[in-house]
Design a protein around this ligand. Structure first.
Ligand code: ADP
Length: 594
């Protein structure tokens, strides 16, 4: 919602820039056209001005030359006397000679009435101009003693003529008029070299001289009525003549005055070329502008693309940041959850530890109870027997039957011995671990244990299979204590197979890697699943009162652990129990060194 107006503004700005570029292009193209037209027009004007000056000078020079000729000839005394005093018609060719020498078209003399006396064109009367009737103005001026001037206008077929007339007089007498006629054809021929039309207008705006013969005799307004005249200079010396209906070319008209004659000389310069050039210049300017505008537009588009890209990047960064934030929040939540869980676990562990401690305490108390019961039974029974035997012995001795009392005393001694053995067993249980460890041959241990149990085995008549390895296995430990373990395992097995129909006990020793493994298996009653976890507990026994103290396995367990080994009990699949003792095997050479 916030960006939308921004984008709209940008779009509007783009439109504005586009419009501005188009306007600027149009302006530049127009200005270029105008400037180019100005420059080319200025060049054409300079050239045309120069041309106009030259051509005007040609006309002026011609007229100047003949302006002087008529007074000169008129003042010559020869001429006056020749024509008016002697009236000699003998040399009529003199006028022709003078005319021929000066280049004048005709030189002729008139008497005071205006009648032609003699003419250089006498031989071709058709070319003669005639008397004062043809040049009344000039004749009048000459008869008044001035230099007479008269234009004889031309037609499209005949060029104009200009006549200068001077009076002929002797002292006070006015004799007649000498006239010199100049054809302006020479000027037109000089002007014909110029490609631009040149024309001279007299005071009545009539074309008198022109390098375009058709213009002769026309009025200025008749030249081309379709032109629109545009004044471009303050003096009005330069005008543009533009064709109104698209017909013909535009022209530039330059004007120069001939003040003496009251004439005006004009030249018309075709400016179609200038316009074409300015058109080309405009085209080139347009191309340049289009390319420049295209470049600017491309840059603007690139900038917009760049800005759009930047906006996209910013948005992506923002999205990423938000994601990171949300992830961080999630992580923080998860962390808090974990912390809570850890706290709960710690609490649970604490509870567990406490419960365990309580259990241990309970187990200790239970063990103490079991021990007290067992010990009180073990000791109370012989103590009661000793007491009764002692009383009987005392009584017999009192009656003088000391021999009979001897039997009682012997029984007392036996029972004391038994109590001492129980005490010895208890002492063994409390023996400190880790002392007296030496390399021990397990084979030797087994042999000696078998030897010690021999009487019981023989008495029971049970089969005992013994499987020993060829090579002896040496372990680090105490020989007597290991014998005690083996004896305990074998005697428990003997107890277990008492009721079996085919009692069988097997003992095997083997090496597994770095371990010595001793197994004692039987096919007896097996161990109750419930009792299995407890059988290594001190004073745990299933045997009848007086038959077992429940210390054998717990002592064996402690001994094996003292020698860094393990003792495990399990039931066999086919019935009966199996006890496995594992001890780390020692180097054999150690025993040899002993
Ligand atoms: P005691 O032999 O004095 O009972 P022990 O610690 O040697 O004490 O044995 C504990 C108990 O383990 C025995 O009471 C008996 O229930 C059980 N037990 C030990 N050896 C065997 C065996 N080979 N077969 C079945 N039960 C056994």
């Amino acid at each position: 919602m916030i960006r939308r107006p921004k984008r709209l503004t940008w779009r509007r700005m783009k439109f504005g820039i586009g419009a501005g570029l188009v306007l600027a292009t149009l302006l530049i193209v127009w200005l270029t056209g105008l400037a180019s037209l100005r420059i080319t027009l200025a060049e054409s004007e300079t050239r045309a001005n120069a041309n106009l000056a030259v051509q005007t000078a040609v006309l002026e020079r011609l007229l100047d030359k003949f302006r002087l000729l008529s007074p000169l000839l008129a003042r010559s005394p020869d001429i006056a006397s020749f024509y008016f005093k002697e009236r000699a018609d003998a040399e009529p060719g003199i006028a022709a000679i003078a005319a021929g020498m000066s280049g004048a078209e005709e030189i002729w003399l008139m008497d005071a009435t205006g009648k032609v006396v003699v003419s250089s064109q006498d031989s071709v009367p058709a070319n003669a101009i005639g008397g004062s009737g043809r040049i009344p103005h000039a004749f009048t001026q000459a008869s008044q003693g001035q230099l007479g001037r008269e234009l004889i206008p031309g037609t499209p077929d005949t060029p104009s003529n200009y006549v200068f007339a001077s009076p002929l007089r002797t002292e006070e007498t006015f004799l007649g008029v000498l006239a010199v006629r100049v054809s302006l054809d020479d000027v037109e021929q000089a002007w014909a070299l110029s490609k631009d039309p040149i024309l001279a207008l007299d005071g009545n705006d009539r074309v008198v001289v022109s390098n375009v013969p058709d213009f002769r005799g026309m009025r200025a307004g008749e030249l081309d009525p379709g032109w629109n005249v545009v004044d471009l200079s303050l003096t009005g010396r330069m005008q543009l003549l533009l064709p109104s209906a698209g017909a013909g070319n535009a022209h530039m008209q330059l004007t120069s005055d001939l003040p003496v004659l009251g004439w005006q000389v004009r030249t018309l310069v075709d400016i179609g070329d200038a316009r074409r050039q300015s058109g080309w210049a405009m085209l080139v300017a347009l191309l340049v502008c289009v390319i420049a505008a295209g470049g600017i537009w491309f840059l603007i588009a690139r900038r917009e693309e760049f800005m759009r890209e930047e906006r996209r990047n910013r948005a992506a960064a923002l999205r990423l940041e938000r994601r990171v934030q949300s992830r961080t929040a999630e992580l923080r939540r998860a962390n808090a959850h974990l912390e809570r869980e850890v706290g709960e676990r710690q609490q649970a562990e604490e509870n567990l530890r406490q419960t365990q401690a309580e259990l241990v305490q309970a187990a200790k108390l239970a063990t103490l109870g079991r021990m007290s019961a067992a010990l009180s039974h073990e000791y109370n029974q012989p103590l009661a027997a000793i007491r009764s035997d002692a009383e009987i012995a005392e009584m017999l001795i009192d009656r003088g039957r000391a021999d009979e009392a001897k039997g009682n005393l012997t029984r007392i001694g036996g029972m004391v011995k038994r109590m001492a053995e129980i005490a010895k067993t208890l002492k063994g249980f409390t023996r400190k671990s880790g002392t007296d460890i030496k390399p021990v041959s397990l084979r030797q241990v087994i042999d000696e244990a078998m030897l010690l149990l021999q009487p019981q085995i023989k008495q029971s008549g049970f089969v005992l299979s013994v499987d020993l390895p060829d090579e002896d296995i040496i372990v680090a430990g105490g020989r007597i204590r290991l014998e005690q373990v083996v004896i305990n395992l074998l005697s428990n097995a003997l107890d277990a197979v008492q009721a079996s129909p085919a009692p069988l006990i097997s003992l095997s020793l083997k090496r597994e890697g770095d371990e010595a493994v001793l197994e004692v298996a039987d096919n007896g009653t097996g161990i109750d699943e419930e009792a299995l976890p407890q059988i290594f507990d001190p004073f745990f026994t299933t045997k009848d009162v007086g038959a077992g103290l429940g210390l054998g396995l717990s002592i064996a367990y402690k001994i094996v652990h003292d020698f860094s080994g393990s003792l495990k009990a399990a039931n066999r699949d086919g019935g009966g129990a199996v006890f496995t003792m594992r001890l780390p095997a020692a180097d054999e050479t150690v025993l040899a060194a002993e």
